[in-house]
Design a protein around this ligand. Structure first.
Ligand SMILES: NC(=O)c1ccc[n+]([C@@H]2O[C@H](COP(=O)([O-])OP(=O)(O)OC[C@H]3O[C@@H](n4cnc5c(N)ncnc54)[C@H](OP(=O)(O)O)[C@@H]3O)[C@@H](O)[C@H]2O)c1
Length: 153
């Protein structure tokens, strides 16, 4: 099972420079709850930003990183080609390049819709919502935690 997890603002905004445009601790808690104990897959920039913040990869999760590097610190697993990804439940956690690459392959989309305008310059690709069923939605303040499942054709 392949799932994307992402926080998306108006106009598909997801980033500002190398950072998030917003800070919602409730969304960070949700991210932790959903991904804890699972495998996560990210691009090299996202890995560097997590490593810069925590001094280690995301704890209690297997961290796969798409990179040209041969080795990575802290036990993160370098992936050089999508074909190297093992057949297991994986959450794709960004950034932009990796989301673009993985959107066509993801069965589930865990989207936190941020219903407030922010400045930023990094955007998620257009989502063909007609190809997905909304299976859950929970509103909390500016946030709407949604899970979508791809329709079987
Ligand atoms: N809103 C959210 O939920 C969310 C979540 C995560 C990230 N973001 C945002 O996304 C932005 C970062 O996105 P990004 O596109 O810059 O970073 P990214 O997707 O994390 O990483 C891109 C990097 O991955 C490596 N890579 C890509 N394709 C590869 C391939 N085929 N083989 C080997 N390595 C490959 C390259 O690294 P090198 O060329 O350097 O080796 C590339 O520069 C930030 O603004 C961040 O805040 C938002």
């Amino acid at each position: 099972m392949l799932a994307i997890i992402v926080a998306i603002g108006p106009h598909n905004l997801i980033g500002k420079g190398n950072d998030l445009p917003w800070h919602y601790s409730e969304d960070l808690k949700y991210f932790k709850k959903v991904t804890m104990g699972k495998s996560v897959f990210m691009g090299y920039n996202t890995f560097l930003s997590i490593f810069g913040r925590l001094g280690k990869p995301l704890p209690n999760r297997k961290n796969y990183v798409l990179t040209y590097e041969e080795t990575l610190p802290g036990g993160a697993i370098p992936i050089h080609d999508l074909k190297e990804l093992p057949d297991e439940d994986i959450f794709v956690i960004g950034g932009k390049m990796i989301y673009e690459m993985m959107l066509p392959h993801a069965e589930y989309l865990y989207i936190t819709h941020i219903n407030k305008e922010y400045d930023g310059d990094v955007f998620f690709p257009e989502i063909p919502y007609e190809n997905y069923d909304l299976i859950s939605s929970e509103v909390s303040g500016d946030l709407n935690f949604c899970v979508y499942k791809k329709k079987t054709l």
